[in-house]
Write a protein that binds this ligand. Structure first.
Ligand SMILES: [Mn+2]
Length: 311
């Protein structure tokens, strides 16, 4: 057992039993096609988090006091399929322990596993996919678990809403639901895109956030930077509204590809993660208990999950 805690928070706020939040690092980069290095993302994110102020000015809160358990990193690397299977199993176990489960990647293919776990545990799941890329290929380079396929399964099994998209292959146009897609160029010209996106979301929302959705001017350290992306305050404004108006059941953040000479991207990722937690628990007393509200049918079929977790 390591004694490292998320953001260096006191041990009293970091035990599995008392924490409402679980953070699972997934340092995997097996299928990325251009710049490698997303496997270094979780470590850079954790380091930046350790150097971040833990009081959030906007919400006037210290969300770490809700408890953040830093889970053992998922080190499976044998194949993309094995990684997805391991992520799926691990995420589901923590959801069933009634935790607010968050995942930091790693490349985007890991989200196939996270989304599958959330979709099995929550009714009528909406997946809010924030990304420069459509990621809708059914398979790529011989695998259904390639990063280019990150939300294909979600497009078939959930209410998939896509946001910030500005790069795709023509074959993906046959899979994409235009009614549920907000391209980056639309978001520049439409004044009320936030309202219309939120209207399209069901009650239970899982957010999968690829950091390349951001403009490369503020997030250069990612595997495939694309011009014309989201900026910081509009992103926070949107996310705050989503957390206020819907039941966000969990989220993942992926594709930080850190570089030695450029630390601001690591820090942006750390702040984004902490902001999302701050919005989720805004107005909730740290003494209050947490109910993840996973579905009744999931509860009925519960395995003896409390014994299943490797610690
Ligand atoms: Mn992407």
């Amino acid at each position: 057992m390591s004694t490292r805690t998320y953001a260096g928070i006191p041990a009293a706020y970091s035990s599995l039993d008392t924490s409402k939040i679980v953070l699972i690092p997934v340092p995997y980069d097996g299928t990325s096609t251009w710049q490698k290095g997303a496997d270094k993302g979780p470590e850079a994110f954790l380091k930046a988090s350790e150097n971040m102020e833990l009081y959030d000015i906007e919400t006037g809160s210290e969300v770490y006091k809700q408890g953040v358990y830093l889970a053992e990193a998922i080190e499976e690397k044998s194949s993309p399929e094995a990684v997805v299977a391991k992520v799926h199993k691990t995420v589901k176990e923590y959801i069933l322990r009634n935790k607010f489960v968050t995942i930091f990647g790693g490349e985007h293919s890991i989200s196939i596993g996270t989304i599958r776990a959330f979709n099995e545990c929550f009714d009528d799941l909406t997946v809010l996919h924030i990304d420069a890329h459509a990621d809708l290929r059914a398979s790529y380079e011989g695998s259904k678990c390639n990063h280019a396929c990150a939300v294909y399964e979600a497009s078939q099994t959930t209410n998939l809403i896509q946001l910030g998209i500005r790069s795709m292959d023509v074959t993906e146009t046959t899979v994409m639901d235009q009614e549920k897609t907000w391209f980056a160029h639309d978001m520049v010209s439409e004044e009320y895109w936030m309202d219309s996106v939120i209207e399209a979301l069901g009650e239970n929302v899982f957010i999968t956030f690829d950091l390349d959705a951001f403009d490369p001017s503020i997030m250069p350290s990612t595997g495939t930077p694309e011009p014309g992306g989201l900026l910081w305050y509009e992103t926070l404004d949107f996310l705050r509204r989503v957390f206020e108006q819907r039941n966000v059941v969990g989220f993942d953040i992926v594709e930080l590809c850190p570089r030695e000479e450029e630390k601001s991207s690591d820090f942006l990722a750390a702040k984004l993660y902490y902001k999302m937690l701050s919005y989720k628990f805004d107005g909730i007393d740290s003494e209050d208990s947490f109910e993840s509200n996973f579905s009744e049918s999931t509860k009925k079929s519960l395995p003896k999950f409390n014994n299943d977790i490797d610690e």
